[in-house]
Design a protein around this ligand. Sequence first.
Ligand SMILES: Nc1ncnc2c1ncn2[C@@H]1O[C@H](COP(=O)(O)OP(=O)(O)OP(=O)(O)O)[C@@H](O)[C@H]1O
Ligand SMILES: Cc1ncc(CO)c(N)n1
Length: 272
Amino acid sequence: MTIAGSDSGGGAGIQADLKTFQMLGVFGVSALTAVTAQNTLGVQGIYNLPPDFVRQQIDSIVTDIGVDAVKTGMLSQPEIIETVVMAVKHYRIEKLIVDPVMIAKGGARLLAPNAESALREQLLPIAYVVTPNIPEAEVLTGRRILSIEEMREAAKRICDLGAQRVVIKGGHMPGPESIDVIYDGIEFEELHSVRVETKNTHGTGCTFSSALTAWLARGQDFFAAVHSAKQFISAAIAGAIPLGEGHGPTNHWAYMEQKISDSATFFGHVRP
Ligand SMILES: Nc1ncnc2c1ncn2[C@@H]1O[C@H](COP(=O)(O)OP(=O)(O)OP(=O)(O)O)[C@@H](O)[C@H]1O
Ligand SMILES: Cc1ncc(CO)c(N)n1
């Protein structure tokens, strides 16, 4: 399940999450927190849903269909965070993947400033894993992050805030590689990928964390699931189709296309 906002542009939010789940063979369900009027140029409008109605959607899903993992994205308001926290505790959801969405690529706020403390103090302590980008990790820790060493320190601090595991995504740090720092409370790992020179990075964070959620729902262990998610997002960025005039979306089917062309046999055809 994804608990997040709708991106009318289809590249981020609920739409990115459900497309990613589908591509990874996971049945996606959703609870909407907000509806955005959004495209590749920016966010033109936000309509928040009432917290009670967010809870009603979660109740509808969990009491009938059930969930193997739950991901949160845009939560927008402190009351929505409190509602999600209560529901996660009530249903004893263990695999909670928190993508602490704060600001969209174009600069629009997707989390009210007065919701940051609720996120830090109430949601992080019940997270199985948190996946901040660098600016989000800076807000959560209150410190600048300018190096891999500082990413590691931030990961430790975020675990000290109560999260069990952390992936700090390195898309915002300049350099020839995009490096993510993974920490499970004991061990660190760095995941390197060649930085693709592209402006089509709308929704990279949502897509990465929903791929991680899908692999965790499928039962992969934490480090393996992060590696698989990185493969998914790397293919989605490299294979992005340019849409719109601004930051275009990633390509949610590129990973499967790559898998198909990598495989020796496909529909009975043996590749030379
Ligand atoms: N230009 C790029 N080339 C290769 N990998 C990238 C690039 N930009 C981001 N990534 C990777 O994509 C994933 C998402 O990271 P990023 O830091 O962009 O998330 P984000 O800022 O939360 O995204 P968004 O807010 O747009 O949803 C990470 O694994 C990161 O390393
Ligand atoms: C609805 C929504 N969620 C998350 C993001 C972050 O990419 C976005 N741009 N829009």
